[in-house]
Ligand binder design. Structure first.
Ligand code: GDP
Ligand code: MG
Length: 200
């Protein structure tokens, strides 16, 4: 019988600073949204653990700080999937998507499933990026799909994680932990606490 922690998938959450990565994860995991969310200074990335269909999914969220660059290969290594986020009110953040995708594909070492998220779709009057442009980018670059989200208004957040996890659960190349690790309750763990994984 498969126990809760036997099967593990690694997902990285990337995108330019301020697009709403942490807000999306907070909304999905805790059902909350903070208008004036302050970046945690001095932390390069955090890991959140979700359990989907009895499988463990670890989501690696980066603060994108300058000094994080040195850790890039470790951050991406063995990632099964990426959530690449841009802000629909910020053209530059959309133009940055290609670079994030390139890094994911280059450093992961696995065939990575990437889902594109156009966040802040509640700001209808400030929209700069058209859905059809994001769709054609996703299609051209072999991404799973593009979904417009709002962490603020809780639009399409659950749908995005559902679509990603459905795709993940099809994969056989998960990390198998066996039944020897009974204490893996690493919610909100710091990278140091998750060193059992051997990635950091
Ligand atoms: P990160 O740097 O990508 O992790 O971005 P954050 O999650 O820290 O969000 C940056 C800012 O955008 C914060 O002030 C959030 O409150 C705001 N924000 C995040 N998601 C949304 C959203 O869906 N709609 C709106 N209007 N603001 C958002
Ligand atoms: Mg953040």
């Amino acid at each position: 019988m498969t126990d809760r922690y036997d099967v593990l998938y690694k997902v990285v959450l990337v995108g330019d600073l301020g697009v709403g990565k942490t807000s999306i994860l907070q909304r999905y995991k805790f059902g909350v949204f903070e208008e004036n969310y302050k970046a945690t200074i001095g932390v390069d990335f955090t890991v959140q653990t979700l359990t989907i269909d009895n499988k463990t999914v670890k989501i690696w969220d980066t603060s994108g700080q300058e000094r994080f660059k040195a850790m890039i290969p470790k951050f991406y290594r063995d990632a099964h999937a990426a959530l690449i986020v841009f802000d629909v009110t910020n053209t530059e953040s959309f133009e940055g998507v290609g670079k994030w995708l390139q890094d994911v594909n280059y450093f992961s070492g696995l065939r990575t499933t990437s889902l594109l998220l156009g966040n802040k779709c509640d700001l209808i009057n400030e929209r700069k990026v058209k859905l059809c442009d994001a769709q054609s980018f996703a299609l051209r670059n072999d991404m799973l799909d593009v979904i417009e989200t709002s962490a603020k208004e809780n639009s399409n957040i659950d749908e995005a994680f559902l679509q990603l996890s459905k795709e993940l659960l099809k994969r056989e190349d998960y990390i198998s932990l066996g039944s020897m690790r009974p204490s893996l309750t690493l919610d909100n763990s710091s990278p140091a606490e998750s060193s059992w994984w051997g990635c950091c």
